[in-house]
Design a binder for this molecule. Sequence first.
Ligand SMILES: Cc1ncc(COP(=O)(O)O)c(C=O)c1O
Length: 391
Amino acid sequence: MTTYGSEKIRKMTSSIFQEVVDRKQAALINGKDVIDLSIGSPDFQPPAFVMETLAKYSMDSSKYGYTLKGIAEFNEAVSYFYRQRYSVELDDNTEVLQLMGSQDGLAHLATVIVDPGDYVLVPDPGYPIYEASVTIAGGEIYPMPLLAENSFLPKLNEIPEEVLRKTKMMILSYPGNPVTALADSSFFEEVVAFASVHNILVVHDFAYSELIYDGNPQISFLSVPGAKEVGIEFNSLSKTFNMAGCRIGYAAGNSEVIRLLASFKSHIDYGVFYPIQKAAIAALTSDFSFLEDQLKRYQARRDVLVTGFQTSGWQVEKSPATMFVWAKIPAGWKSREFAFKLIEDEGIVVVPGDAFGLQGEGYVRIAMVQPSEKLEEAAQRVNEFLLGFPV
Ligand SMILES: Cc1ncc(COP(=O)(O)O)c(C=O)c1O
């Protein structure tokens, strides 16, 4: 039989996510009442004024053309948002680029920066596009282990010198997915110094910048002195304003990298639908009370879920941020075995940690994308499940 797939697509295909979907399907067919906590797509709504703006401009027949790099007003709105929320000054002409979701930038940046044989340092575990983007670019991956004993920060001084000589880029995300840990300014300062010495572009994924709990500070990588000289940050309206399906996000920071990414994108897409841009502008320039309310709602979900688990003796750590819980599974289990048995026995769908890299073994990722009552029920069912296998 002819096989059409390239080596690249074979490298990129992750069977674990598909297996989770298949097992969820099987549970539904078997009549299980499924609670799906596997996918990070927000179940909360966007603010009403955002939807109204989208609806209003959708009725304007003159707004259906290509928008290319987007309207200047969007870049101004991003600058405003970054100044208000993270005390970062951005030149909206040269330091901001609109994207079709941050995934657009994350997927394409490596192709802009990396030649075959160049290395990219990626977090392990990490959000899957980090690795896939390097594969698309024909680059080499060096996984940086994110371990609990190191507060989930990479040990930069343990990266071999011969790798560093060939490294063009490093990817970080604090708070991230699946690892929800935060970094402090001193870590980011260390990263800036390290990147300057080794001539490495730093890419910081800040998609969960507005889901940081317990009054912890929201630290943009770009707020650290010297960051713009060595790096860029991706951000998005998907999680912040529940606009995931709208596909709008942005990159900010180093002007040369912004220019190169814009040039690359000019070959492959023609921009975001105008009404979506206007809706995003309305969100970014709002009074942000929506964000404060939403944060409280997610934090309440987190507390219900984690406290619920703890009653069975499963000592899951409270996430400091994001819409996920990165849960260390009870001893004696493998991630896939635990996740698949949970689907089969209880209809609770979570993602095995090794879907995100070798260091994810021993964990599962749980998305808080259901109302608190459902999360409480999910925790109860997990507790019943664990009674059969004493922790
Ligand atoms: C860490 C992280 N970065 C980026 C993205 C991509 O988001 P979007 O393309 O919707 O901006 C996601 C989506 O789940 C994510 O979890």
